[in-house]
Design a protein around this ligand. Sequence first.
Ligand SMILES: [Zn+2]
Length: 96
Amino acid sequence: MNPQIEKLMKIISEAQEAINAIRVACPHEEYEVTQRAWAPGHYNILRICLSCNGTVKGATDAEIKEFIKKQDEEEPERRLTSFELESLIQTKRKPQ
Ligand SMILES: [Zn+2]
């Protein structure tokens, strides 16, 4: 492997470990409910910690509905159908 690539990949790996250590120790005191893409065109609505930017488990159905309602107000042309809404809630319920 190109030694420069090898060196940079090591830096990325060390940075990821440092981020993980901070997130594990973070009390996640404040969060926002927002969406995160996990694949192109696919996203989950999650609680994201405002301090460490990590995922906080357990967005409630009420928080998810509130987020979608806010999105609707900001982008009225992009309304989720009740099927999409239900499938988002079902996705959340699946064990991780
Ligand atoms: Zn946190």
